[in-house]
Design a protein around this ligand. Structure first.
Ligand SMILES: [Zn+2]
Length: 309
């Protein structure tokens, strides 16, 4: 048996907000999630800290193509000469030809802000990419990591089951579970950011994670948690609400901007019900996610009412 371990790397500017995971198995290792090019030195630093070299990295696995998970993949592969990118087919397509990803985010943020947020994203040569289908696996030492498709947050999302460490790497499938929000009881919020939210699929994906029966979940936001049933239950309640907000919004003729503002206040009200103790610090930490969640639901409602953008 090779020795198995996973380590959490704090990848973002905001502490304990976005994780990458270093998974070691004997002589081999893998990264789960790549964050952005700005995180590269932290990721390489984690390798050194655990006695590994960039040449020891066999896999860079990303759960989906959203930029806080995958924008750093090209920079990381450039630094790790033997590594192969492992991704869902649609994620792989977007990283082999990242023009659409870059265009989409540049349209929202502008080129300067894009660079500040995500760094440089370059095309990944397709010979360095391995596509994993639903239920397919890679080997790491004597461990097996298996991808399971989990739509709901994004249609191109998979989770990674890792029996050897009794862990599921859940990406954005199993809620945002920020450590700073766990001080007075559990708090887990689904991410319904644009553009792929689907309530029904999100519920199925929660079931999928639970069905694997692992001790720990490792959401990208953030770190390992063992209260899997309680996290799922809370995320489920939020997803149920979000699903009915979308249905209702899709039947209305409310202008998109007003809808987004209204959805944001619905999110805040639901959060206050689940976590009445939250004060201004907690709300500040959640402000971006609430804004993105409102935008994501309005996007889906617009699509449903035949107003695609
Ligand atoms: Zn995401």
């Amino acid at each position: 048996m090779s020795r198995h371990a996973r380590f959490t790397i704090d990848a973002d500017v905001t502490p304990k907000f976005t994780a990458c995971y270093l998974r070691t198995a004997g002589d081999e290792c893998a990264f789960i999630e790549a964050h952005t090019a700005h995180a590269r030195s932290r990721l390489l630093g984690a390798l050194a800290e655990h006695g590994k070299k960039p040449e020891d990295v066999r896999w860079v696995v990303v759960t989906h193509a959203h930029l806080d998970h995958a924008a750093g993949a090209s920079a990381l592969l450039a630094a790790c000469p033997k590594a192969t990118l492992v991704a869902h087919s649609r994620t792989a397509k977007n990283l082999i030809d990242p023009a659409r990803l870059i265009e989409g985010a540049t349209a929202v943020y502008g080129a300067a802000r894009f660079a500040e947020l995500y760094g440089t994203v370059t095309a990944i040569p397709k010979e360095r990419v391995l596509v994993l289908g639903d239920g397919e696996s890679i080997e790491l030492g004597d461990a097996k990591l298996t991808a399971w498709n989990t739509a709901g947050h994004a249609y191109h999302h998979f989770i990674v089951d890792d029996p050897a460490t009794d862990t599921v790497f859940t990406g954005d499938t199993f809620g945002l579970v920020y450590p700073a929000l766990q001080t007075h009881g559990l708090f887990a919020l689904p991410s319904t950011s644009p553009t792929g939210f689907n309530a029904e699929e999100a519920q199925k994906s929660l079931d999928k994670v639970l069905s694997l029966g692992r001790r720990s979940v490792c959401p990208t936001h953030y770190d390992a948690h063992e209260e899997t049933q309680a996290i799922a239950a809370q995320v489920r309640r939020f997803v149920d609400r979000a699903g009915s907000w979308v249905d209702e919004a899709a039947r209305s003729d409310e202008p998109t901007q007003a809808m987004e503002a209204r959805l944001a206040s619905l999110w805040w009200a639901a959060i206050a019900e689940e976590a009445p103790h939250f004060g201004s610090d907690e709300k500040k930490l959640l402000a971006l996610d609430v804004e993105l969640n409102a935008q994501g639901l309005a996007f889906v409602a617009d699509a449903l009412r035949g107003k695609p953008r």
